[in-house]
Ligand binder design. Structure first.
Ligand code: GDP
Ligand code: ZN
Length: 382
């Protein structure tokens, strides 16, 4: 798909370090022929690939930098469909088009070579433009090539071996799942998840499951406390379906990540919301084994009533929601009015005299349980 002449712009772009070359001759020939239509000076390109310098640059025709500073390649949009990446691994992704058809896509060669902030060219949750390339009769799959990744509204990532590893994009909100009992409700854990989500600029909903086992009146003080801080609190039971109408309304048309300890009922809730998912319940080892999350990529699960759940095996475990201790204070939203009144500007609100936060907690203006969570997070990050 040749770029329109009048739109042609030349840009210097940084290329990523050289990757291992493809070995299958058939693929190589096809890809070169395709790229030749939109990249100037192919022999130069091939020569550049021989170098291993990280800061290699090359001229791309028909590209422009968008408002977010991301490089957008000129593409023929009339040939493309828009879709959502359900899961991605390396340079392969399953993309669902807006009409619900799934395509097995590769990533356009230049797109994956460009030096992006992250090593992941595409991840689950990305919105993309892709070009259908045909039907693979043997595997009975629709095929396509991703031509453009739309700018990401938000990203979830984790540190892995010293580098940031992108897990999912465009997460709208986190559903913090906890159980009323069995395992016991732990407000400190709720606070930890809230701070993690706030640090990532992701809105939180607190979902208390297994409410069939308790009298919800006992949890009203807790619900009131978080409600006053501005958090949505929903009581549910995956067992009796109580509260699910409200939960569905909160999840509709959003990309939501479920977070919570093992055993609180995340899989049961997902099954109750969308029986076709048929997830295994009680599979404690499936998401607690430390080795497993490195091999499983994030996946979007579609909810029949509209909306998506970002199933990120690693992120279900709270230890991966790294807390940055120096930032903790700012994410306890109800501390904010008091912080400015502390005697010392760098007050940590723990041992200092003249601390307005400590004073507010002692007077009941800040819940002692929240202040306790704050101190724990600051001390040991748990
Ligand atoms: P996950 O580890 O968070 O995915 O939790 P599971 O969905 O595997 O559930 C853990 C256990 O809690 C299972 O034995 C479920 O049957 C049970 N469970 C889940 N939701 C409820 C609920 O609403 N009420 C009751 N009584 N038990 C539940
Ligand atoms: Zn203070």
């Amino acid at each position: 798909m040749p770029a329109k002449k009048k739109n042609k712009k030349k840009l210097r772009v940084a290329l990523r370090k050289n990757r291992r070359k493809r070995t299958r001759k058939g693929d190589l020939t096809r890809e070169l022929a395709k790229d030749a239509t939109d990249i100037e000076n192919l022999p130069t390109v091939e020569r550049v690939i021989g170098k291993s310098d990280l800061s290699r640059r090359r001229t791309v025709v028909g590209a422009e930098i968008d408002d977010d500073g991301q490089l957008q390649l000129a593409i023929d949009e009339s040939q493309c469909l828009s879709g959502r990446v359900l899961t991605a691994r390396g340079l392969h992704a399953i993309v669902e088009s807006t009409n619900g058809t799934q395509y097995e896509c590769t990533v356009r060669r230049l797109l994956r070579t460009i030096d992006r902030a992250s090593r992941n060219a595409v991840v689950a949750g990305d919105r993309v433009l892709f070009q259908p390339t045909g039907f693979d009769a043997l595997q009975e799959k629709e095929l396509g090539v991703i031509e453009r990744v739309e700018p990401r509204r938000s990203t979830l990532s984790r540190m892995s071996q010293g580098s940031q590893h992108l897990i999912a994009a465009n997460v709208d909100q986190a559903l913090i799942v906890t159980s009323a009992i069995d395992p016991q409700l732990k407000p400190n854990l709720i606070d930890r998840f809230l701070v993690s989500a706030e640090q990532r600029d992701v809105r939180s909903i607190i979902c208390i499951n297994k409410c069939d086992l308790i009298d919800t009146a006992d949890l009203q003080p807790l619900a009131g406390r978080y409600g006053r801080m501005g958090y949505e609190v929903v009581f549910v039971s995956a067992m009796t379906s109580a509260g699910l109408v409200r939960l569905r309304a909160l999840l509709a048309d959003k990309q939501t990540v479920f977070a919570g300890q093992s055993g609180v009922g995340k899989s049961s809730l997902l099954n109750a919301l969308e029986p076709s998912l048929d997830l295994r319940v009680g599979a404690v080892s499936a998401d607690s084994g430390k080795g497993t999350h490195t091999t499983r990529a994030a996946k979007l699960l579609r909810l029949g009533f509209g909306g998506w759940v970002v199933d990120t095996p690693g992120l279900r475990q709270f230890e991966l929601w790294d807390i940055i201790p120096e930032e903790v204070e700012g994410f306890f939203v109800e501390f904010r009015p008091f912080v400015a009144h502390c005697r010392f500007p760098d007050c940590s609100h723990t041992h200092e005299t003249g601390c307005a936060v400590k004073h507010a907690a002692a007077c009941g203006l800040i819940a002692m349980q929240r202040y306790d969570s704050y101190c724990r997070m600051l001390n040991d990050g748990t």
